[in-house]
Design a protein. Structure first.
Length: 402
């Protein structure tokens, strides 16, 4: 064969998280622990299928009559559920038809559809990401052709939000640019603005011609489903136009079903209709139609009162387990004689925490104890269990004492 068009293609560098997961799978140590991936695990160390989801799937198995395509934007019922869950059922933006919502394959596809839409409508705009942010954020937006920059967010020395630096940076964002904000359970730090700080952030967007893009992947995993929506509703209550990427991967456990949505809040119903036409155009040129199974499960759960009550209780149980793992982690580290204060983890929210464990210690934990942590020290608290806690903390203590 003379024509070899792919001969010069070089292998891509490994993904900083998925590459570690592959190494973990190949590790023969029976005590190995993977704290890298963003998946909720139960006390048995397994990602569970929620009881509410299982019952909804049984119902759908009996009800389903076709495998025909969904519409480009997905089902209207699903869009209504997304809007009511994010903004509240009685919000004026919902009642007035000012929100365009499309069903997407997970929160990542929601981000990408939003990125493609922004690139087409505002080709010179730069999107500003928190420093640090989810490692896949820059890749998603750069792949869509958007310029990417950052704004200050996290102070590792105090394990807190860089409030003043962040606000000052937002004041300097050029007109027409986009700012991505994590609504709750910030990934990777677990540090969120409080309501007063959100108020100051919203006030800047009220004064300045910049667009908020809110990433809302962990509703229910912070304080509560309603409480976690505080920031989105604060922006909407202020009458601002905004973009929201949301996901049911975590709070429904529908990781492999890829169930997400992109919602754009416009100034009136006419603008919303125009935006919807462009979002559909973007989807059509990308994956054409969304998958049906996961969104139908969400519809059934929300449309069946007993299943919705069961699901709400299951979200509480997952959130409580994460909090308990935080408490146990801090206490067990102290029990093993570690003098460094890790109590800041108790103030963080959601599955992730910036542990403050440095790169050398992270490597030592992987090489000597088969404990896998992202190089920046981010840990998935939801991957801890009562069974692995002592080994985990004893290993961390040994490495940090060296």
């Amino acid at each position: 064969m003379s024509y070899r068009p792919f001969a010069e293609v070089e292998p891509a560098p490994p993904d900083p998280i998925l590459g570690l997961t592959e190494d973990f799978r190949n590790d023969a140590n029976p005590r190995k622990i993977n704290l890298t991936s963003g998946v909720y695990l139960n006390e048995a160390g397994v990602n569970p299928v929620l009881k509410s989801v299982k019952q909804a799937e049984k119902m759908w198995l009996e009800q389903e009559t076709t495998k025909d395509y969904l519409g480009i934007a997905g089902e209207a019922t699903y869009a209504q559920i997304v809007q009511q869950m994010i903004f509240g059922p009685h919000h004026p933006a919902v009642r007035e038809g000012r929100i365009a919502t499309v069903n997407t394959p997970g929160g990542t596809a929601a981000l990408r559809v939003g990125a493609d839409f922004l690139r087409a409508q505002f080709p010179t705009a730069t999107i500003r990401l928190s420093d640090p942010t989810w490692p896949n954020h820059p890749g998603v937006f750069r792949s869509a052709g958007l310029a990417v920059d950052s704004y200050p967010y996290y102070a590792p020395e105090s394990h807190s939000l860089k409030v003043q630096e962040m606000l000052a940076a937002l004041e300097r964002v050029p007109e027409g640019d986009v700012v991505l904000l994590h609504v709750c359970c910030h990934n990777p730090t677990g540090v969120d603005p409080d309501p007063e700080q959100w108020g100051r952030i919203v006030e800047i967007f009220q004064r300045r011609p910049i667009l908020p893009f809110l990433d809302f992947a962990y509703q229910g995993f912070g304080t509560g489903s309603e409480e976690d929506a505080y920031a989105v509703r604060a922006f909407a209550d202020a009458g601002l136009n905004l973009v929201v990427a949301s996901s049911f991967s975590k709070n429904f456990g529908l990781y492999r079903e890829r169930v997400g949505a992109l919602s754009v809040v416009a100034s009136d119903a006419g603008e919303s209709a125009n935006v919807m036409s462009r979002l559909k155009q973007t989807v059509r040129g990308n994956y054409s139609n969304p998958p049906a199974h996961g969104s139908k499960i969400v519809e059934i759960v929300f449309g069946t009162p007993e299943l919705r009550r069961l699901w709400e209780q299951e979200v509480v149980e997952m959130r409580d387990r994460i909090r308990e793992m935080r408490r146990s982690f801090v206490q067990t580290l102290k029990k093993h004689g570690l003098k460094r204060d890790f109590s800041f983890l108790l103030r963080q929210k959601g599955m992730f925490s910036y542990s403050g464990i440095g790169k050398e210690a992270v490597r030592a934990l992987r090489e000597n104890y088969s404990i896998y942590i992202v190089e920046n020290g981010r840990i998935n608290v939801a991957a801890m269990t009562g069974a692995n806690m002592d080994y985990l903390c004893r290993s961390i203590a040994a490495v940090l004492k060296e």
